[in-house]
Design a protein around this ligand. Structure first.
Ligand SMILES: [Zn+2]
Length: 242
C-alpha cells in the first residue's frame, strides 16, 4: 500500500497507489499525489516494471510528474521506456501535467491504451472493465500463480465490477462515500456498497481503500462489515499476500 488516501493525499497517506508483485515483476496501480515520495521508501523506482493508471483524475495519476523527473535526471532509471497502461489521452494529459507545452514523454513511457481487451503483463493475466465514474475509469483483475487480485479504481455501484471480481482471492475496493442520503450516483462506493460488491462477487478477502481524510474510517469499516464480516481497512505501507 503505497498510498490509500481517497480523493487526495491525507495527513498519514499519499493518494492512491498500490505496488503489486509476483515472481519479481512489479506493476504499480495508480500514482496519485504524494505517492512517488513514499514509493521510494518501499521500493527502488527502477524496479517498477509497468504502470497502470485506472483513470486520469488527479488523485490517481499526478505523481507521474515526479516519476518523469526521476526517470530522466536521477541517473538511476533503466534508461528505457516503462510500459504505461491508461485510458486514451493519457499521453497528452500527462505531458501537459508535467510541462506546459505538453512535450512528448515517449522517452519515459511506452503508452498502451486500455480498451477492455484482456492482455498479458509480465506474469499477470490482466482483465479490465469500465467502472461507473464521471471519467473513463477501468477496474482491473490481475491473475498470476492461480491467484487473483481485483482493484476497483473509482466506481459507483457496478454489476460489471462485481462480475470482474467474481471469486477473486482479494478485492481492493474503494469506499469513499459515507453512508448518508442524497449521494450522487456513478461516483464512489459507500462502505456498505463495497461490502455488498464483495459478497455478491464471492471474493475471499475485502480490503477497503480510498477513504478521504475527511471521512470517518471506522464508520466505513463498520458499514462494510455489516454485509461482509471480515472486511479490513488497508494501512499505508502495509503488505498483503494475495
Ligand atoms: Zn476518480
Amino acid at each position: 500500500m503505497v498510498g490509500c488516501s481517497g480523493s487526495g493525499p491525507g495527513p498519514t497517506s499519499p493518494a492512491s497507489s498500490y505496488l503489486v508483485e509476483h515472481d519479481g515483476f512489479r506493476v504499480l496501480l495508480d500514482l496519485g499525489n504524494g505517492a512517488f515520495g513514499t514509493l521510494q521508501a518501499l521500493a527502488d523506482p527502477a524496479t517498477v516494471d509497468a504502470l497502470y493508471l485506472s483513470h486520469l483524475h488527479a488523485d490517481h495519476c499526478l505523481d507521474v510528474a515526479p516519476f518523469i523527473v526521476w526517470h530522466r535526471y536521477s541517473g538511476r532509471s533503466r534508461r528505457r521506456p516503462v510500459p504505461l497502461y491508461a485510458p486514451a489521452g493519457a499521453d497528452r494529459r500527462l505531458a501537459a501535467a508535467y510541462y506546459g507545452d505538453g512535450a512528448p514523454l515517449e522517452d519515459v513511457f511506452d503508452f498502451a491504451v486500455l480498451t477492455g481487451a484482456p492482455f498479458d503483463l509480465g506474469p499477470f493475466q490482466v482483465q479490465t472493465v469500465r467502472t461507473a465514474h464521471p471519467v473513463e475509469c477501468h477496474a482491473v483483475r490481475l491473475t498470476a500463480g492461480g491467484r487473483s487480485l481485483v482493484y476497483t479504481g473509482d466506481t459507483g455501484a457496478s454489476t460489471a465490477v462485481v462480475e470482474l471480481a467474481r471469486s477473486a482471492d482479494v478485492l481492493l475496493a474503494e469506499a469513499a462515500h459515507p453512508d448518508v442520503p442524497g449521494l450522487p450516483p456513478d461516483l464512489h462506493l459507500t462502505g456498505r456498497e463495497a461490502g455488498e460488491h464483495a459478497a455478491a462477487a464471492g471474493v475471499g478477502r475485502l480490503l477497503l481503500t480510498h477513504v478521504p481524510a475527511w471521512v470517518d474510517r471506522t464508520a466505513q469499516l463498520a458499514s462494510a462489515r455489516a454485509v461482509f464480516a471480515t472486511a479490513e481497512l488497508v494501512e499505508p505501507g502495509a503488505t498483503y499476500d494475495v
